[in-house]
Design a protein around this ligand. Structure first.
Ligand SMILES: N[C@@H](CCC[C@H](N)C(=O)O)C(=O)O
Length: 274
């Protein structure tokens, strides 16, 4: 069956959006993997079905009815579900502001499996209130014969953040790093971080369900929190986080919310029968 798609990216973390206001295109994991295939499909790090909260029975959408009109149904490129995608939600916001009756002069509330997130628009920059981080203590990550201490942080989805001397130390991230499967029963996104200056860091990421990507919005937020904690700075600070595909600005507010600001770009629209 033919259906419409939109392709977009946020700091080169790229997504196939499936506009599905009325909830008619529930996707299987196999379909998502076909869409994301970079040779036989459209190619992307993930798929976002853009559906109204009153048109899907996903429990997170049902819980948000009456507060948020739109639900981000996010899947990784292997077809697995995730609770949240920081870059993807900006791309979804731009899609709604340009293709639906969403007024970018107003805050936009979007339901996700991690709860409702609020977006504000400033030209081509979008800020997302990512909610409060949850810091869960120390763990360890391993690539080949090298291991690093890491901090477990949830941004609605699970992250392990490891400071390294050089981003090249993380080696070939085509293979998933090893991590504590008891601490992370649902898998983990792993970030490797170096310092670039005062309140300025850079990362590489291996995403759960997608492999190494050129950016991860929730990962950049987790990295900012780990860096601020290490600096003794904590709340009321802002950091610049460089990712391979660009730069994100992250603020930790005095009332414990993480605000992430970055770009969103739509690059193509079409019809597919994948
Ligand atoms: N790239 C995303 C995160 C996507 C989900 C992640 N792979 C997971 O499984 O939790 C971002 O920008 O946050």
């Amino acid at each position: 069956m033919d259906y419409s798609f939109v392709k977009g990216h946020g700091t080169e973390n790229d997504f196939v959006l499936i506009p599905d206001a009325n909830g008619r295109h529930e996707l299987t994991a196999e379909q998502v993997a076909r869409l994301c295939d970079r040779r036989a499909g459209i190619g992307a790090d993930g798929v976002i079905r853009v559906v109204r909260t009153d048109a899907t029975e996903d429990p997170a959408a049902v819980a948000a009815r009456g507060q948020a009109r739109w639900f981000m149904d996010y899947r990784n490129s292997d077809g697995s579900l995730s609770e949240m995608c920081g870059n993807g939600i900006r791309v979804l916001g731009l899609y709604l502001a340009t293709h639906a009756d969403v007024d970018p002069r107003e805050p936009l509330l979007v339901a996700t499996r991690a709860g409702i997130r609020t977006l504000t628009f400033d030209g081509d920059r979008i800020t997302v209130d990512m909610g409060a981080p949850e810091v869960a203590g120390e763990t360890k990550v391993t690539v080949g014969d090298r291991s690093w201490a890491a901090t477990r942080i949830s941004m609605g989805n699970p992250h392990a953040v490891a400071f390294v001397d050089d981003l090249a130390d993380a080696g070939d991230l085509r293979t998933e790093p090893e991590y504590d499967r008891v601490a992370f029963p649902d898998g983990a996104n792993i970030e490797f971080v170096v310092r670039r200056g005062e309140q300025h860091v850079a990362l590489r990421v291996h995403e759960r369900g997608s492999g190494e990507t050129r950016s991860c919005g929730t990962g950049a937020c987790a990295v900012m929190v780990a860096a601020a904690l290490a600096d003794g700075a904590e709340r009321g600070t802002s950091y610049t986080v460089d990712v391979p595909g660009g730069t994100l600005e992250i603020v930790w507010t005095p009332d414990d919310r993480i605000l992430m600001t970055g770009p969103a770009v739509l690059v193509a629209e079409g019809v597919t029968d994948l």
